[in-house]
Write a protein that binds this ligand. Structure first.
Ligand code: SAM
Length: 213
């Protein structure tokens, strides 16, 4: 993700508390109150400019979506996109995923999406991969029984690593696709990176994982 210096981004995020939740720790355990309904909660980690969660929120009004992105200069584009007609079932957090267990109580989340996360190919950076066991243990904490992780990437190395990491952790894998766009999945919602990579003719890998608690 190329970062551009946008000194105005912090102010814009601040001006839209109906879209960006500035104090997520205060809502830990109470997100259903925030959304004023009992609907499931789906979280995308590393949401970038938020195209995926935004489309998903519009297409699934009976699900609450939360996109987490650490860089304000990236997230601000997602906020600008929905400023005019923000879906009431969508929130963004400008936060680091490493603190995710501070934002959600045990079993508060129904699904975690990890889309086109940075592969961090060097071994010494493995702990930064969002499918490293360090992050999986946090997803385990916040996911409810039978909750799922849905993962997409263009990066075969990261996909293979993630299969190993998830399986080793105890997740059960299903619906594994080695070429999503030539598979029979009909309701795929494309992320920003997915559009970019598939236009270049790159294959998209996908899997779903669940943990029996
Ligand atoms: N998910 C989007 C998509 O598919 O178009 C964006 C993909 S982009 C390659 C990965 C994004 O994840 C970047 O915007 C990056 O800043 C964010 N990210 C990576 N690690 C993160 C972390 N620990 N906490 C929050 N965001 C993170």
């Amino acid at each position: 993700m190329r970062l551009r210096n946008k000194p105005w981004a912090a102010d814009l995020l601040e001006e839209h508390p109906e879209i960006v939740e500035k104090s997520p720790t205060e809502w830990r355990g109470n997100w259903k109150k925030k959304f004023a309904n009992d609907n499931p909660i789906y979280v995308e980690v590393g949401t970038g400019k938020g195209q995926f969660v935004t489309k998903m929120a519009k297409a699934n009004p009976d699900v609450n979506f939360i996109g987490i992105e650490k860089y304000e200069s990236v997230l601000v584009t997602g906020v600008q996109r929905v400023m005019e007609e923000a879906p009431s079932n969508l929130r963004f957090l400008q936060e680091d995923v490493k603190n995710i267990a501070d934002f959600f109580e045990s079993s508060e989340v129904d699904r975690v999406f990890i889309n086109f996360t940075d592969p961090w190919p060097k071994k010494r950076h493995a702990k930064r991969r969002l499918t490293h066991e360090y992050f999986l243990s946090m997803y385990e904490q916040i996911l409810k029984k039978d909750g799922e992780v849905h993962f997409k990437t263009d990066n075969q190395g990261l996909f293979e690593y993630s299969i190993e990491s998830l399986t080793h952790y105890g997740f059960q894998l299903k619906n594994i696709s080695l070429d999503l766009h030539n598979s029979d999945m009909t309701n795929n919602v494309m992320t920003e990176y997915e559009e970019r990579f598939s236009k270049k003719g790159m294959r998209i890998f996908r899997l779903e994982a669940s943990l029996k608690k």
